[in-house]
Design a protein around this ligand. Structure first.
Ligand SMILES: Cc1ncc(COP(=O)(O)O)c(C=O)c1O
Length: 385
């Protein structure tokens, strides 16, 4: 029999059922899911409105080239227009975050007729060749070089290098407002405002990767809103399909005018089922006031974690925005993540020392208390205060 090629560590449990913020294993054991498939199930698992929309679409037209029109695409365009600034006249759907990153890098080079791309330390933008070229972690890059030429790494949140590095040769800067995989590192306001200012001044494009931060997780639909800027290209993924694999690239008309037929394409990108998933997910986002709920619940969870964990020397810092949360430890968090799983809470790692929580917005007060008590329990059982 074939074996599945594993790049993630085997978590040792078989998940049989998922609903809302919970999953159940093959022994019928329930877990509060704050792993959410790397942050995808932010609307909760199998949100009924999303499931209904996908099933209905599957029963009429499930696959179609974007060369053909279909009503669900128009409906999707109509509803998504409500959650992005007017600056973005175009959306292009792809199937994964990495593909959205790839496309944005291509667009930047084509539209500016420049080659240089700037990215930052601790960035994560994906593992395909282009996305990997702007992902800093040497663990992911090693053995795959040479990567894309003319990609340059600068220090995240460090303004000192920007003046020299951002010149008229730069096609684009790609940045996460909170680095998810890199350690739940939050960009300073000054850093992002400077990037916005300098890219405008030099005619470079600012690509903001909101594949993890976007779609309400941080308390606003997009995190860039909290910085008071608008990027030139916006990338979304993970939760925008409510669990269906889809990503989106938002682009202004003047940039699109520099592209031509053949500049890009995708067999599956923008298929009717993906359109149905995005349409329904945005409806949920709007109707259930998801960003506000995530903001309120995230604030509560972060405050409680800070209060309860401050007495443990092993805890360096609790940081996050909305429901994107990191508990930075003085140790590698794998043992704690395993202990949490044994105690009914699924979480994941970020950077080298961060326990990362990416809960669905559907978590309730009991789930918040459960999260805090389980994390405190695992920390105190493994490390005395
Ligand atoms: C910020 C960011 N960009 C890009 C990606 C890549 O997305 P995917 O794994 O869907 O290709 C990820 C995935 O974790 C991400 O967090």
């Amino acid at each position: 029999m074939l074996k599945y090629l594993m790049f993630y560590e085997d978590r040792g449990i078989e998940i049989q059922y998922a609903e809302g913020q919970y999953v159940w294993d093959s022994n019928g054991r329930r877990y509060l899911d704050e792993h959410t498939g790397h942050g995808v199930a932010f609307l909760g698992h199998r949100h009924p409105h999303v499931v209904k929309s996908i099933v209905e679409q599957l029963s009429s037209v499930s696959i179609l080239s974007t060369a053909f029109r279909c009503r669900v695409r128009d409906e999707m365009l109509d509803v998504v227009s409500k959650i992005v600034p007017n600056k973005f006249e175009y959306i292009y759907l792809l199937n994964s975050g990495s593909e959205a990153v790839e496309f944005s890098l291509k667009v930047a080079r084509k539209a500016t007729n420049r080659k240089k791309i700037i990215y930052f330390t601790n960035s994560f933008h994906g593992r395909t060749f282009g996305a990997l070229s702007v992902t800093s972690n040497s663990k992911y890059r090693k053995g795959f070089e040479p990567l894309l030429p003319e990609t340059h790494q600068l220090r995240y949140n460090d303004l000192s290098e920007l003046d020299n590095a951002i010149d008229e040769d730069v096609a684009a800067i790609i940045v996460e407002l909170i680095q998810g995989e890199g350690g739940v590192n939050i960009a300073s306001r000054e850093f992002i405002l400077t990037l916005r200012e300098k890219t405008i001044e030099k005619g470079a494009l600012l690509i903001i990767d909101e594949i993890q931060t976007g779609f309400g997780r941080t308390g606003t639909t997009w995190l860039f809103e909290q910085y008071g800027i608008i990027p030139d290209i916006l990338l979304a993924g993970k939760s925008i399909g409510g669990g269906f694999p889809v990503s989106a690239v938002f682009i202004p008309g003047d940039i699109v005018s520099k592209l031509e037929p053949g500049s890009h394409g995708s067999t599956y990108g923008g298929n009717p089922v993906a359109c149905a998933a995005v349409k329904a997910s945005v409806e949920v986002l709007i109707n259930e006031v998801v960003p506000q709920q995530a903001g309120i619940k995230g604030f509560k969870l972060i405050e409680k974690l800070r209060d309860n964990l401050k007495k443990y020397r092993i805890v360096k810092e609790v940081r996050g925005v909305g429901l994107m949360i990191g508990v930075d430890l003085r140790v590698e968090p794998t043992k704690i993540i395993r202990c949490l799983q044994d105690n009914g809470l699924l979480a994941l790692k970020a950077g080298l020392t961060v326990l990362r929580l990416l809960p669905p917005y559907t978590i309730n007060d009991d789930d918040i208390m459960f999260t805090v008590s389980r994390i405190e329990g695992c920390i105190s059982s493994q490390f005395s205060s």
